[in-house]
Design a protein around this ligand. Structure first.
Ligand SMILES: Cc1ncc(COP(=O)(O)O)c(C=O)c1O
Length: 503
């Protein structure tokens, strides 16, 4: 594999030097020696580069008004990461009271915090209004609570209406549905976020008339149904038309803010790669042959099935996603064309975007140590390398069928000749990387999962009472712990044994 040749740059923050994987100016094997295994590692400079790329690309295209990058806090909400985001002058997309708190404490300007999500509590809505953040209306219940809270506080609430434009012209299969059988326009209707035109019109006139409410614009987020720019072109066309319809129905309303949500793919795009490699086709074949050969003696049957199993190789996606510039170009040019056609003057409108996976994904890697090797020879040859991490620390990615690109960090220049399942340490099968090619492995080797910066660390759980690993922030040749490893004591911290069980 070309990517494993000695001394080369893999991307803006990862490189191979003398057979080791480096992140910025840090040898990952040295990080493991210093901080222990396993580890989440994040590059501060890559995060800053990503923020600036989004800001520059969208500002080049959106010349009618300001552009505000508001990264999705849910993708990576630690205090240090949010400090970097504040320092770069970004806003934030937040979902929960906890995310609102961490963003405010980090110093993010509340007027650029988009409080999204459904359902919301009255307390959350109250705090949103008190601090002057933007409230995204995503249900009738939001409106009822908003009315009560604004009357009580007597303070202006700045709200945006979340739409769910119908993607009538994009019926390519949605990647969100792993099997890929559902057209995107239909799959998007099944997503709970957003409101249909009729739902919006059932409350929007009342919203416009509320004493302490200022409707400042619109919001939409469809997510990563497809990595293509065509998907974005259709989203923006449909969004502009839907906004136009609502504006007209509300009597020539003009938005000041248009938020397009997130859903841009990570450059190496691990999304759904686990369902996309050649396994499903070959494994269906395996199933049929196995049934057909049921009465054949195992000594003949298994060598035949072995040939099919040997042909299955787990390969991370090799098609790079469009660049941020390509996304920005399509999005801004479509909006500039479609908004006036829909009766909305773009002049002065702030364009807001909420990238999550694409902002954080390639800022992070996860490092784990191989702790046991098993190689069965019969009746089918099958090799397992068992690491000290687990799929329970990859929950966000498992949910989205990620197959991460990877490197054996201490053998980056070796030839990848052996096929192994890289497994985790939980009592489940924990088949993190099925049937991938690796160099000859030894206990102690360091396995690096790439692009783990979004949704992974924040969705770690304590299955098998496992304490969660630490996160290290790398800046140049400096490394800092930004979330220390959990202790076993902390795992049981919330447990209470009732008196009668203590007897
Ligand atoms: C409202 C909103 N904005 C932005 C995002 C970020 O999406 P992504 O990580 O796909 O960019 C999400 C993710 O669920 C979301 O719900």
């Amino acid at each position: 594999m070309d990517k494993h040749s000695t001394n080369k740059t893999l991307d803006e923050c990862l490189s191979l030097r003398d057979g080791h994987l480096w992140i910025e100016e840090q040898d990952t094997t040295a990080l493991m020696s210093e901080f222990g295994s396993p580890l989440f590692v994040v590059s501060e400079d890559q995060l800053r580069r990503n923020i600036r790329s989004f800001q520059e690309a969208f500002s080049q295209g959106w010349t009618d008004g300001p552009v505000k990058v508001m990264p999705a806090a849910k993708a990576s909400w630690s205090k240090a990461i949010q400090r970097i985001i504040a320092d770069e002058g970004c806003g934030a997309d937040i979902y929960s009271p906890g995310e609102l708190d961490v963003c405010l404490n980090a110093g993010i300007d509340p007027q650029f915090i988009s409080v999204n999500g459904v359902p919301k509590t009255e307390a959350h809505i109250r705090r949103t209004i008190e601090v002057g953040a933007r409230l995204t209306i995503d249900s009738l219940e939001d409106v009822e609570m908003l009315e009560r809270v604004t009357q009580e506080l007597g303070k202006t609430a700045y709200v945006r209406i979340r739409l769910r434009p119908v993607l009538t012209d994009f019926n390519e299969p949605s990647d969100f549905v792993a099997e890929g059988l559902i057209p995107t326009d239909i799959a998007a209707l099944g997503y709970k976020g957003g409101l249909s035109f009729d739902e919006v019109m059932s409350y929007a006139p009342k919203l416009m008339d509320m004493e302490h409410v200022e409707v400042v614009g619109f919001h939409e987020h469809h997510g990563r149904h497809s990595r293509t720019v065509n998907y974005w072109r259709e989203q923006m066309r449909a969004y502009a038309q839907e906004m136009g319809k609502v504006c007209e129905a509300l009597g020539a309303f003009q938005p000041k803010e248009i938020d397009i949500g997130g859903g841009f793919a990570i450059p190496r795009d691990p999304f759904n790669a686990a369902t996309d490699y050649n396994a499903p086709r070959d494994l269906r074949w395996l199933n049929s042959i196995s049934k057909f050969m049921k009465s054949v003696a195992p000594s003949k049957r298994y060598p035949t099935l072995q040939k099919i199993i040997d042909s299955v190789v787990g390969k991370p996606n090799e098609i790079m996603a469009p660049t941020i510039m390509e996304y920005a170009d399509v999005i801004t040019s479509t909006l500039k064309q479609e908004l006036p056609a829909a009766g909305i003057d773009p002049t002065g409108i702030t364009l807001q975007l909420e990238p999550g996976r694409s902002m954080h994904g390639n800022t992070g890697i996860h490092l784990a140590t191989i702790q046991a090797l098993k190689s069965a020879q019969a009746p089918i040859a099958w090799s397992h390398a068992i690491s000290d991490t687990t799929e329970f620390w990859f929950t966000g990615g498992r949910y989205e069928h990620h197959l991460h690109d990877y490197i054996v960090a201490n053998k980056a220049d070796h030839t990848y000749t052996e096929k192994f399942d890289i497994c985790g340490r939980s009592c489940y099968g924990d088949r993190l990387m099925p049937a991938i090619m690796v160099p000859k492995l030894e206990v102690g080797d360091i396995f690096a999962f790439l692009d783990t910066g979004a949704y992974q660390e924040v969705s770690c759980s304590n299955f098998n009472a496992m304490p969660r690993p630490a996160t290290i922030l790398v800046k140049g040749d400096q490394a800092h712990v930004i979330r220390r490893a959990e202790t076993l004591e902390e795992v049981f911290h919330r447990d209470i044994v009732p008196e009668h069980l203590n007897a």
